[in-house]
Design a protein around this ligand. Structure first.
Ligand SMILES: [Zn+2]
Length: 137
């Protein structure tokens, strides 16, 4: 729930930044100049590109946060094997919350389109999440 609240807060912040930026740009130009004044049109385009970059940064920050406590996920762990990448042990990357709330798994190879990252909530035993990683392949 906290994760979704933070995402909504970031989206609201992005919309507010967009409104402020558009109002600031409009203060320098007369009305209805879209498509007529090149400087106005390019400044709006630059503002939208800036907000796209900021939004991408917001999403990348959001993606690597714990779904429970919002801390940044740590300890990336390689799993799988690149030599058997196609069938048996596709390479994956696991990120874990420093307080053990959960694990995010990312596929590093995408054979049939982009695979979404998966979030697995851990039980009370924090170290159980690492047991598979300690096994020798
Ligand atoms: Zn956590």
């Amino acid at each position: 729930m906290k994760w979704w609240a933070l995402l909504v807060a970031k989206i609201v912040c992005l919309i507010a930044m967009h409104i402020v930026l558009i109002l600031w740009i409009n203060s320098f130009f007369p009305k209805d100049q879209m498509g007529r004044d090149l400087a106005y049109t390019f400044s709006l385009m630059g503002a939208d590109m800036f907000l796209f970059v900021v939004g991408y940064g917001f999403w990348m920050d959001q993606k690597y946060r714990c779904r429970t406590c919002l801390r940044i996920l740590r300890m990336p762990l390689e799993k799988g094997n690149w030599s058997h990448a196609t069938l048996f042990a596709p390479p994956k990357l696991e990120w874990i919350c420093p307080f053990g709330h959960g694990t995010m798994r990312q596929d590093e190879i995408h054979l049939s389109g982009a695979q979404p990252d998966s979030w697995h909530k851990n039980d009370d035993n924090f170290w159980r999440a690492f047991e598979d990683a300690w096994k020798k392949d």
